[in-house]
Design a protein around this ligand. Structure first.
Ligand SMILES: [Zn+2]
Length: 202
């Protein structure tokens, strides 16, 4: 049986690997990225989706804004080449590759409150809570987290506009569960950002 590390390295990447994380379900990571660096997700076990938020490291009030990104890209599901913009409509990240094209970008992530209403169960682990824990060292609280971009998430909208979350289609050990994001710079500010990801509960 291949190890997690074997799966992670199955498809080599060009350039130098700066850092790697293996994030367990319901886990999280937060880190700095510089302009030109690439963040690559590998869904090691399949059917997991990472929630991604990103901030200007020089001004933490400038975060990704999915509403602006939808309007500027003129798309609901983002594809390779699309750019994720900030609240000030400045480019923050570009989708540089995307082998599982499913994603969710037009609504908030789950929270304790949302899950309680949807499932009738209090105190579930949730993405908003995960991101708040990841961002705690930078002074964020639970309510400050912007809507995330969620690669691999499978949401279907039918002809009547009804939305349904379905199982992700990513399969372990296949290439179809990778996504890569290039970091854009923000103006002349030092090109760095906080980036946070958190695989959803499963
Ligand atoms: Zn969630």
């Amino acid at each position: 049986m291949p190890s997690q590390s074997d799966i992670l390295h199955k498809h080599p990447v060009s350039g130098t690997i700066v850092e790697e994380w293996i994030i367990p379900a319901r886990g999280y990571a937060a880190f700095h990225m510089k302009k030109g660096q690439v963040l690559r997700f590998v869904d090691i076990e399949g059917k997991q989706v990472p929630d991604l938020v990103c901030f200007n490291a020089q001004d933490l009030g400038e975060a990704i804004n999915m509403g602006n990104s939808l309007l500027i890209n003129k798309r609901r599901e983002f594809i390779k080449g699309n750019v994720i913009y900030s609240i000030r409509c400045r480019p923050m990240m570009t989708i540089t590759d995307y082998s599982n094209a499913l994603s969710y970008s037009y609504g908030p992530m789950c929270s304790e409150e949302v899950n309680r209403i949807r499932y009738g169960v209090p105190n579930t682990p949730n993405c908003r809570g995960n991101l708040a824990m990841a961002l705690g060292p930078w002074g964020f609280n639970y309510r400050d987290i912007p809507n995330a971009f969620v690669p691999f998430m499978n949401v279907e909208v039918d002809g009547n506009g009804t939305m349904e979350i379905r199982e992700p289609t990513s399969v372990p050990q296949l290439r179809e569960h990778e996504a890569a994001f290039g970091m854009d710079g923000i103006g002349d500010a030092p090109p760095a950002a906080h980036l946070v990801l958190s695989p959803q509960p499963r």
